[in-house]
Design a protein around this ligand. Structure first.
Ligand code: NAD
Length: 235
């Protein structure tokens, strides 16, 4: 059985990494267009660099929580693919081995001139005077608002092969990522774990568990194991 997990910022909330829609649409006190867009990078590089340096230092002090760990543990029994909108590396640090980052990775910088060059930022800091070997400035390896999402086709292809699709910690407001669920097969079992959602989704046949991921994900996994050990998809 192939379980596909689609996660967003909320799964990392219990690790101490804040979501942004839960705080009046601001991300750590900033409007997203001021820190997470190509225009922001052109307008004020130092503000953008400083913002992501702070996010990285926060991430280095954070640990995977019960939800990340439970999803990693699933790999001992099932084929599991994680598709995340998150830029943190908590899925990997929990032990998940197949993780697709739709919106980039906080712990990496990439070249502004050579699309193949990436560099890990082990101490968490990226400065304006850092360059790739060809001399192009480095930028955060983040897919900013308004930029193309290069991993989307890969993610769609994975979603089309899901037997079970678990959505957690996402407001489903950032497209194209939010549309991924539409590519799951018609008989795919869909679970949604989010403390603030979603009556309207339960009407569409999605099983909603309105709890924080640390409690709700282990609960969803227990339900999935029970349902699929007693007769397959339609039981
Ligand atoms: P979002 O901020 O738009 O929505 C967060 C969702 O998580 C909400 O639906 C909220 O109800 C839910 N939530 C809050 N606490 C939760 C918990 N304990 N357990 C489960 N769910 C919880 O997040 P989004 O949809 O992922 O969009 C945010 C964008 O910002 C993404 O593209 C992402 O790249 C970026 N971002 C990433 C991080 C990160 O990497 N950890 C953090 C903030 C923002």
């Amino acid at each position: 059985m192939h379980i596909v997990v689609f996660s967003g910022a909320g799964i990392s909330a219990e690790s101490g990494i804040r979501t942004f829609r839960d705080a009046d649409g601001l991300w750590e006190g900033h409007r997203v267009e001021d820190v997470a867009s190509p225009q922001a990078w052109l307008r004020n590089k130092n503000l953008v660099l400083d913002f992501y340096n702070q996010r990285r230092l926060n991430l280095l002090q954070s640990q995977p929580n019960a939800a990340h760990l439970a999803l990693a543990e699933l790999e001992s029994e099932y084929q599991v693919s994680v598709i995340t909108q998150n830029v943190d590396d908590l899925h990997e640090r929990a032990g998940s081995t197949k993780v697709i980052h739709l919106h980039g990775e906080l712990m990496y910088a990439r070249s502004t001139g050579n699309p193949t060059f990436r560099q890990r930022l082990d101490n968490g800091l990226l400065h304006a005077d850092m360059h790739c070997p060809e001399g192009f400035p480095l930028r955060p390896d983040i897919v900013w608002f308004g930029e193309a999402v290069p991993m989307m086709d890969t993610a769609i292809s994975i979603a089309t092969k899901a037997d079970v699709f678990i959505i957690t910690g996402t407001s489903l407001e950032v497209y194209p990522a939010a549309g991924l669920v539409n590519f799951t097969p018609h008989d795919c079992g869909i679970w949604l774990v989010d403390p603030n959602r979603h009556q309207e989704l339960s009407k569409q046949g999605i099983r909603c568990i309105a709890k924080p991921a640390g409690i709700g994900i282990p609960e969803a996994i227990a339900e999935i194991k029970k349902r699929y050990s007693t007769g397959g998809r339609h039981s």
